[in-house]
Design a protein around this ligand. Structure first.
Ligand code: SF4
Length: 499
């Protein structure tokens, strides 16, 4: 979750419950519809301009698959190249270890505040809360993250975390909260985009100039040189990456690309697929530390490589493709479920279709919310169509549904994945077993169908027991007067299609 925001994802209700409330919020629905439709149309236009988009998509998929297959080798290479460039590499198995490492590194500097570049990895591990518990204040500097942090809110979109807020709401948040965190909002602030941006710029500028420690994630890590890459649109990232003396970057182990040539592919697909831009406005790259007073960049650099469920995900042959994700958010913007339910209902920093397959793999399907996420989709396939690294999200969703239904819940306990039999799906499994028995015995199936036809007037209109809720909101299809096989034999001269 975001920063020192007021909300938490812990103990969130299952997706249907959370979405049930969200879809009744007409302001939220209006904000989401307007924003997702605008981005979606612009993206389609930007992608259509590129004649070799399909080849770039395939190249991106292959590069990511190759890297994930040889991740052990590339991780070691990253450690060597980053160290050779003057940086220090730390390994974090889970969120707790990553937070402990980062808090310790900030404490060593003697500082009690840090500036942050927008980073999904640090939200995933709840870094801001962990730092706050250590007496360290983290300031989000991305405009949308700032809105979320000041509003004591949670992000609801990967790229536009405050997508659920309109301009009027943002004006109110700035006017009410900015003074609590530093420079207050100007008197008479209106909801014009230029005035809101200026208020944020003035508020953040004093923090950039004061900060001695910056914290970031990274979109990519180039293994051959140990170079980290942050792709952003506002320039706030560039300030955090160049002004502070100490830089700490928390990066998921799947963010590696082997070479600069490989990076070139993603620097073409990511901007068009995310913000519909031909070229990204601010692409910051740094390799180790800068050792001259006149050069930009940190004197001390730490890279924290984060696992937190990624090696478990990698072990799943179907599910591992989720690790190809470059967080462009195109799948959110085309998803009919996301458009109506909003990001908060997914109970994770990763909302939308990618969240529905990533969160249950990173966290296991042990909680109500994680077991419900694979069902938060109509399987329409729009997410797969737009994904610039061709992640077959519907395939993974069905795979994870199977895991939830058949395998029960899977939770991580330390390094191990523990499977427990499902309780809530016992009726579904019993029904499937009965169907398997009947379909494996054509004679019994035929006798059952004839009996059902002859007694069709006696059938109840609603199902008893656990099926009642289902049948109360649907009309059961009428049972035909004659089973299909009998009709076929009668109308085709006695030939029974059954083998
Ligand atoms: S799954 Fe694909 S479309 Fe969705 S955010 Fe990741 S890269 Fe983008």
């Amino acid at each position: 979750m975001s920063g020192t925001s007021g909300g938490t994802y812990l103990g969130m209700p299952a997706f249907p419950e959370a979405a049930h409330d969200a879809v009744r919020d007409t302001t939220l629905r209006g904000n989401l519809r307007h924003a997702t439709h605008t981005i979606r149309a612009k993206r389609a236009h930007a992608v259509a301009e590129v004649s070799d988009w399909a080849e770039l998509r395939e190249a991106g998929k292959r590069i990511k698959d190759h890297t994930l297959r040889h991740l052990d080798r590339y991780l070691v290479q990253v450690e060597e190249t980053v160290t050779a460039a003057g940086g220090t590499v730390h390994w974090a198995a889970d969120a707790e270890e990553a937070n402990r490492i980062v808090a310790g590194l900030v404490r060593e500097t003697g500082e009690s505040e840090v500036v942050k570049v927008k980073s999904m990895a640090t939200q995933e591990i709840g870094l801001n809360e962990a730092l706050e518990a250590e007496g360290i204040r983290a300031y989000e500097t991305d405009l949308a993250e700032l809105i979320v942090q000041l509003g004591k809110d949670r992000p609801s979109h990967i790229l536009v975390p405050a997508i659920h807020r309109n301009r009027g709401e943002i004006r109110e948040i700035f006017a009410r909260e900015m003074s609590e965190w530093g420079r207050p909002a100007p008197e008479g602030l209106t909801d014009s985009p230029a005035e809101l941006a200026e208020a944020a710029r003035l508020h953040l500028r004093e923090k950039f100039l004061r900060a001695k420690v910056g914290i970031s994630g990274a979109n990519f890590v180039v293994a051959e040189t140990g170079t980290l890459v942050v792709v952003e649109s506002e320039g706030n990232g560039r300030m955090c990456l160049t002004l502070p003396e100490t830089l700490i970057s928390v990066v998921g182990i799947e963010k590696i690309v082997p070479t600069w040539r490989d990076l070139e592919v993603f620097l073409q697909t990511l901007p068009r697929s995310s913000t519909a831009e031909r070229m990204n406005p601010y692409t910051s790259m740094w390799t180790g530390t800068s050792d001259s007073d006149r050069a930009d960049g940190p004197r001390t650099f730490h890279l924290v490589l984060l696992d937190n469920g990624r090696t478990d995900t990698l072990a799943d042959e179907v599910g591992r493709q989720a690790l190809r994700c470059i967080r462009c958010s195109a799948c959110l913007n085309v998803c009919p479920v996301y458009e109506r339910a909003g990001g908060h209902a997914y109970g994770s920093v990763y909302p939308g279709p990618i969240g529905a397959i990533l969160s249950p793999q990173l966290r296991g399907t042990g909680s109500e919310i994680d077991a419900s996420l694979p069902y938060a989709s109509s399987l329409c396939g729009a997410c797969y169509e737009v994904c610039p690294v061709a992640i077959d999200i519907p395939e993974v969703l069905v795979h994870l549904r199977e895991r939830v239904a058949q395998g029960g819940t899977a939770t991580r306990e330390g390094a191990k994945v523990v499977l427990r039999p499902a309780k809530g799906h016992a009726a579904e499994r019993a029904a499937m077993r009965a169907a398997r028995w009947a379909f494996g015995r054509p004679g019994a199936l035929r006798a059952g169908q004839r009996l059902a036809s002859r007694t069709r007037r006696l059938h109840p209109r609603t199902l008893p027991g656990p099926g009642r809720a289902w049948s109360e909101s649907r009309d059961l299809p009428p049972v035909p007067a004659e089973p299909f096989r009998d009709w076929w034999r009668r109308t085709n001269g006695g030939e029974d299609g059954a083998k």
